[in-house]
Design a protein around this ligand. Structure first.
Ligand code: SF4
Length: 331
């Protein structure tokens, strides 16, 4: 979240893919609820087809995230590039997004594989901060050193975001430390939030709802830190301008993911969000079906200054699905 739009340009007609095909991670990060051996999306010919159709309809393919686990912790992850459809799809995106704790440092082999596939590809590296080590001074120093070295070595070829897992109740001490680390480790002071619990089929809907509420509290808290007084509160990113597709297996499915303001894509495992065919028309059909149920949830929405943001991002589909009410009332 809190991506720097200045960096990417106008968020008009940009696309993100999130491909869940990585498994066997040994990192065991606090707050990670990903199922680490059930990520089996493998229909890369469909993913490639959707990428081509979006491109033909003037969407710019911005980032394809390879998820959900630490890319550098398992070299088998790199075998994905042996699949020609996967390799072609990745080569169409400006950035390949990967997550890592950097506990195993940045792996140059991955960089080489990506560059061999397409010399213009860049990496968006999401560095997952280890909440359990937030107060460990050695951890902070090692992380800073590794991040600096990556910046020196790869320049603009690797952009770095910091990230944490949400859904947990963070203590005031932890929040303060996170804000300090953002100052210390991040150029743009932004942080991505991982809603890992949404992908776990063993967590029931009620529990997901309560974890979502904790996540929205974290969004509010971090947003206060990020926002400058003279900036408007929300950006113009909408579900149509910057759609994000999540690809999960088994069976292989493609989901359109609505957005909770400020700017987090929310994966909801429900038929309504499925894009039935890997085509532009099917994306549009899902979008229109969602639009029909994306109605204001409360009387006060009709007079609210944020109405266009909430509608454009498809927030009401999330609020209806999870019984959330207005996210501004979640404190
Ligand atoms: S959900 Fe809240 S912020 Fe959004 S339009 Fe309604 S009252 Fe406004």
């Amino acid at each position: 979240m809190f991506k720097s739009y200045e960096r990417y340009g106008d968020p008009y007609k940009l696309v993100e893919f999130r491909i869940l095909s990585l498994n066997d991670c040994s990192m065991d990060c606090k707050g990670c609820f990903y199922e680490r051996n059930k990520n089996n999306f493998n229909d890369f010919s469909s993913a490639l087809n959707l990428a081509k159709e979006l491109k033909n309809n003037d969407y710019e393919l911005e980032t394809c995230y390879l998820l959900p686990t630490d890319m550098f912790d398992n070299k088998d992850n790199y075998n994905l590039f042996n699949n020609s459809d996967f390799a072609e799809m990745i080569s169409m995106f400006e950035y390949t997004g990967v997550a890592s704790t950097l506990e195993n440092n940045f792996d140059e082999e991955f960089y080489k594989i990506l560059k061999n596939n397409n010399k213009d590809s860049k990496i968006e590296l999401q560095v997952n901060l280890l909440i359990a080590k937030l107060f460990d001074i050695n951890y902070q120093i090692i992380l800073k050193t590794r991040i600096q070295k990556i910046k020196e070595k790869y320049g603009d070829d690797v952009i770095i975001n910091l990230a944490i897992n949400t859904g947990l109740n963070l203590t005031e001490k932890e929040k303060d430390k996170l804000k300090q680390l953002l100052e210390f480790l991040s150029d743009d002071k932004i942080i991505e939030l991982n809603f890992t619990f949404l992908y776990n089929s063993n967590i029931n809907e009620e529990k997901k709802r309560s974890m979502m509420i904790e996540s929205v509290k974290t969004i509010h808290d971090m947003m206060k830190h990020y926002k400058k007084d003279d900036e408007k509160f929300y950006n113009d990113r909408t579900l149509l301008r910057k759609p994000a597709f999540t690809f999960v297996g088994e069976p292989n499915r493609i989901y359109l993911t609505p957005i909770v303001p400020f700017d987090e894509y929310v994966f909801l495992d429900d038929q309504k969000f499925i894009v039935k065919q890997p085509s532009y028309s099917s994306f549009f059909e899902t979008y229109l079906n969602l639009d029909n149920i994306n109605s204001p949830i409360l009387e006060k929405c009709n007079d609210c200054d944020n109405l266009t943001y909430c509608m454009g991002k498809g927030y009401f589909t999330i609020a209806n699905q999870m019984n959330l009410g207005c996210y501004l009332d979640i404190k």
